[in-house]
Design a protein around this ligand. Structure first.
Ligand SMILES: Cc1cc2nc3c(=O)[nH]c(=O)nc-3n(C[C@H](O)[C@H](O)[C@H](O)COP(=O)(O)O)c2cc1C
Ligand code: SF4
Length: 410
């Protein structure tokens, strides 16, 4: 692209084998709209509405690639029996002229699920499970070669099932503290073998997963990686590390990177660019866990929201690679979006803005609005656990009945 003529956000763009009608992606935001591991009717409707509202590609958050890979009890699982329900969702998106991406994930030691095939939750390294303080699972297990082979197979199979369900893209979750980011992060990865130590070594396992997914579906689906360019804590990866990670993912053949930041447990405000209301914290009956959460709460800094709060970090990635990048983080006005395009990012991903206004892209295109109504208050995050699922507090809550019915049931 000629740097003097920034792309219009309303022009098509290609990522891997896929052509998007414009530059807008709905970022993955766990909707809390799955019932026993399958999409609810409300989830299908929501993504259909997002497509009708103008986004080119809408991301279905948080699809576990195996039962062991779940973090939360009702989380979506990509398995054969769920395919008719996922298909109802992708049909709803395609009917409205949009494309659908499945975010595929494994939680590793960040899990609240007790039933699993291994004695302890898996992670890059074993020992004390700091993040398990919230779930009472205080120990984790280092993955051996057989575990790694299984997880690689699970990601590849998850991607194949996503293709069968009609998805146009898969987004491998490599950020925020889930399994693949437990390998990338020096906060979690203490291994002494070829999978630990240097950044190159810490990327080795995520790269294996990416390669397997590309081999499985990369000819037909766009294969996207979402990761934390900075972890937002002193001992974690910095944006300079984030730029080197991008180079490695580019080398491995990823079609697009979605540039997030922060870790769920250690630096949630880095991810969101604004503080959380205190009442958002889940009440904990176990006193040890409640204490751990209180300590974490005290450590959370007060952060004032500013638009494009991750741009400084993302620029380092932009300078390091040639591949398509999606800017993410606080893009909430036409001016911001145009700035992102002018700085050479091919796409813009948006989370909260599209929770608040699923038709925001159409409003921008028609000139009906330039500035989103979203205040970055983060109250939608706690809504995830309500019967109606994630919704913006400025609008109506979700429909609990629609949210309890599987999408594929007519
Ligand atoms: C309610 C909610 C749930 C989220 N769940 C996920 C998720 O499941 N997977 C993910 O990668 N990011 C998740 N995120 C983070 C968003 O993708 C995004 O990084 C964040 O909202 C910042 O972008 P924004 O400023 O455009 O909202 C979630 C965000 C919100 C608000
Ligand atoms: S609750 Fe609504 S206004 Fe607040 S951050 Fe979420 S989407 Fe934005």
């Amino acid at each position: 692209m000629n740097p003097t003529t920034p792309a219009s956000p309303f022009r098509p763009v290609s990522i891997g084998p896929l052509t998007l009608k414009n530059r807008f992606i709905k970022a993955a935001t766990n909707e809390g709209m799955s019932t026993q591991g399958v999409p609810s009717r409300q989830l299908a409707q929501l993504h259909g509405n997002l497509a009708a509202g103008g986004v080119a590609l809408t991301t279905v958050a948080y699809c576990a690639v195996s039962r062991d890979g779940r973090t939360l009890p009702n989380q979506l699982i990509l398995e054969r029996a769920s395919l008719p329900h996922f298909r109802a969702l992708t049909d709803a998106v395609h009917r409205e002229g949009g494309l659908a991406s499945a975010q595929i994930t494994h939680g590793g030691c960040f899990t609240f699920i007790r039933e699993r095939s291994t004695a302890r939750p898996l992670s890059a390294s074993g020992g004390f499970n700091k993040i398990g303080m919230m779930s009472g699972m205080f120990l984790k297990q280092a993955m051996n070669e057989a575990d790694m082979q299984q997880v690689v197979r699970d990601f590849a199979q998850g991607a194949r099932l996503a293709r069968e369900a009609g998805f146009d893209a898969v987004e491998i979750h490599m950020g925020h503290g889930y399994l693949l980011s437990q390998f990338i992060s020096p906060l979690y990865n203490k291994r002494r073998d070829q999978y630990g130590g240097s950044l190159e070594n810490r990327l080795r396992f995520p790269r294996r997963v990416l390669r397997a997914v590309l081999d499985a579906v990369g000819q037909e689906l766009a294969v996207i990686c979402k990761y934390s360019i900075t972890e937002g804590v002193r001992a974690g990866n910095s944006a300079e590390d984030g730029a080197r990670i991008a180079q490695m993912l580019e080398q491995e053949g990823a079609h697009l990177l979605v540039l997030s930041a922060g870790m769920n447990a250690e630096s949630i405000t880095t991810m969101f660019g604004s503080s959380f209301p205190k009442e958002n914290r889940v009440q904990q009956k176990n006193p040890v866990i409640a204490l751990a959460m209180a300590i974490q709460r005290r450590m959370d800094p007060v952060v004032e929201f500013r638009e494009l709060y991750l741009l400084e970090h993302a620029r380092k990635v932009r300078a390091a690679v040639k591949m398509p990048l999606a800017y993410l983080g606080g893009a909430k006005s036409l001016a911001s979006i145009e700035q992102v395009m002018a700085e050479g990012f091919e796409l813009v991903a948006m989370g909260r803005v599209l929770i608040a206004e699923p038709d925001y892209v159409n409003k921008l295109a028609s000139g009906a609005s330039c500035q989103s109504i979203c205040t970055a208050c983060n109250r939608c995050v706690a809504m995830m656990y309500t019967p109606g699922g994630t919704s913006c507090v400025l609008g109506r809550p979700g429909d609990a009945r629609l949210n309890s019915e599987p999408a594929g049931v007519v």
